[in-house]
Design a protein around this ligand. Structure first.
Ligand SMILES: NC(=O)c1ccc[n+]([C@@H]2O[C@H](COP(=O)([O-])OP(=O)(O)OC[C@H]3O[C@@H](n4cnc5c(N)ncnc54)[C@H](OP(=O)(O)O)[C@@H]3O)[C@@H](O)[C@H]2O)c1
Length: 211
């Protein structure tokens, strides 16, 4: 399985100003780039916090959608401990091109949850999630999660490509989330990356690295 991430960051490497609010850092060109990556993917993964901040179907935009197989159905994967998604799941009713799949721990699984849930005795690990998606025939997994989950993929050596859009903004708050968060990586896990593409459009830089 090919596993890629796509993130828009400020000049100081932050992904958003505050944790509990969704902000578009990028321009229209960045959103087009995101749409093309979604069109290439079979599954798109976020964490619970990103899902609450942007509780909408993560699908390609209509012009990219038209170029895809009309039968294609994307899997939107949500990884969560808290599973507190009251009032937002109705946004997914009657979205035919998308199926939601939640990964959580057994003691967090709400009864009568209206979408498919896979629960584990402890927090689901990245290898467990990747194995499950591989068994379901997912060839390309796009991670649109924040730095917390991206770090977990890198730590397990399960992130193969990174797309980054550098946006001409400075956020400058040391509590703002960044591309890679959490406790950080051990020195020997710091990945060596190869630059595959560097594209500049107006004031933004689109980078594509392979790990
Ligand atoms: N600029 C960008 O391109 C971009 C992209 C993505 C996100 N963001 C922003 O970044 C911020 C969120 O960052 P984040 O790192 O907290 O993102 P996240 O993608 O929501 O990941 C963190 C959440 O994932 C769940 N989680 C993580 N590891 C887990 C595990 N092993 N088992 C079960 N659940 C697990 C938890 O959800 P629960 O809280 O539900 O338990 C946790 O709060 C948001 O403000 C978002 O809008 C920006």
């Amino acid at each position: 399985m090919r596993i890629v991430s796509n993130t828009a960051v400020s000049l100081d490497g932050k992904t958003t100003l505050v944790l509990d609010k969704h902000e578009f850092l990028g321009s229209e060109e960045d959103r087009k780039n995101m749409s093309r990556l979604r069109a290439q993917a079979d599954a798109i993964l976020v964490g619970g916090s990103s899902f609450r901040n942007w509780p909408y179907p993560l699908l390609p935009h209509s012009d990219d959608l038209e170029k895809c197989d009309p039968q294609k159905k994307w899997l939107q994967v949500v990884v969560s401990r808290r599973m507190n998604f009251d009032n937002i799941l109705s946004n997914f009713i009657s979205v035919k091109q998308l199926q939601l799949l939640f990964f959580t721990r057994k003691d967090s699984c709400p009864p009568h949850f209206p979408h498919e849930v896979l629960s584990y005795s402890d927090d689901p690990t990245i290898p467990q999630i990747v194995d499950e998606l591989a068994q379901r025939g997912i060839n390309t997994l796009l991670i649109e999660a924040g730095g917390n989950l991206i770090t977990q993929f890198i730590r397990h050596n399960l992130l193969h490509e990174i797309y980054i859009t550098i946006c001409p903004k400075i956020i400058g708050n040391n509590r703002s989330p960044s591309l890679v968060d959490g406790t950080g990586l051990d020195r020997f896990l710091v990945p060596q990356m190869t630059l595959k593409e560097c594209r500049t459009v107006k004031n933004e830089v689109f980078l594509h690295y392979v790990l």
